[in-house]
Write a protein of this length. Structure first.
Length: 171
């Protein structure tokens, strides 16, 4: 049986000026705490994949695709990931950080490890097609045994979230 996943987002990721310089843009530990206590509540305990992007006007460009078989809260905005995201923000004069999460629908939280890996490759390939400077690159694998409602191998009509997600990845 296929793993039934859904798209959550886009979520605006809080940021502000770099506390050390007062300039530029930076996602701090405090911003992350605020995110998980407010907007990120819905997905913080789930696992799956996420896509970090920059929203400029009405367009969203993907910059990083991540995966976890732990909680998103413990993987997607860690200090090492924030370092990557903050380097991307530092190079962008425009753009606000956003994230999409692909995770089980409803109250379900876990995804089989093999499905997470397959999903990650699939999303990274879409994102790489949209942004050749993507921070995540993975090789092509055989046809995965998962679906994303309204997006991949599900036959369902895309939701508003899925439409935004598709636009960001140009799929």
């Amino acid at each position: 049986m296929a793993t039934d996943l859904a798209v959550y987002g886009p979520f605006n990721i809080p940021f502000g000026p770099d506390p050390d310089t007062g300039k530029g843009k930076k996602i701090t530990k405090e911003h992350v705490q605020d995110f998980w206590e407010e907007d990120g509540k819905k997905v913080r305990s789930k696992e799956g994949c996420w896509v970090f992007g920059l929203k400029i006007d009405r367009s969203i460009k993907p910059w990083y695709v991540g995966k976890t078989t732990d909680r998103f809260k413990d993987a997607s905005l860690t200090p090492s990931k924030r370092t990557i995201y903050n380097k991307i923000l530092a190079k962008s004069t425009r753009g606000k950080p956003v994230m999409f999460f692909v995770a089980p629908r409803g109250n379900a939280k876990s995804v089989p490890t093999a499905s997470v890996s397959d999903l990650w490759v699939h999303l990274a390939q879409y994102a790489m097609a949209r942004n050749d400077k993507l921070r995540t690159v993975q090789s092509l694998k055989s046809v995965p045994k998962w679906s994303i409602t309204g997006l991949v191998r599900s036959g369902a009509k895309p939701s508003t979230e899925v439409k935004h997600f598709k636009k960001m990845l140009d799929i």
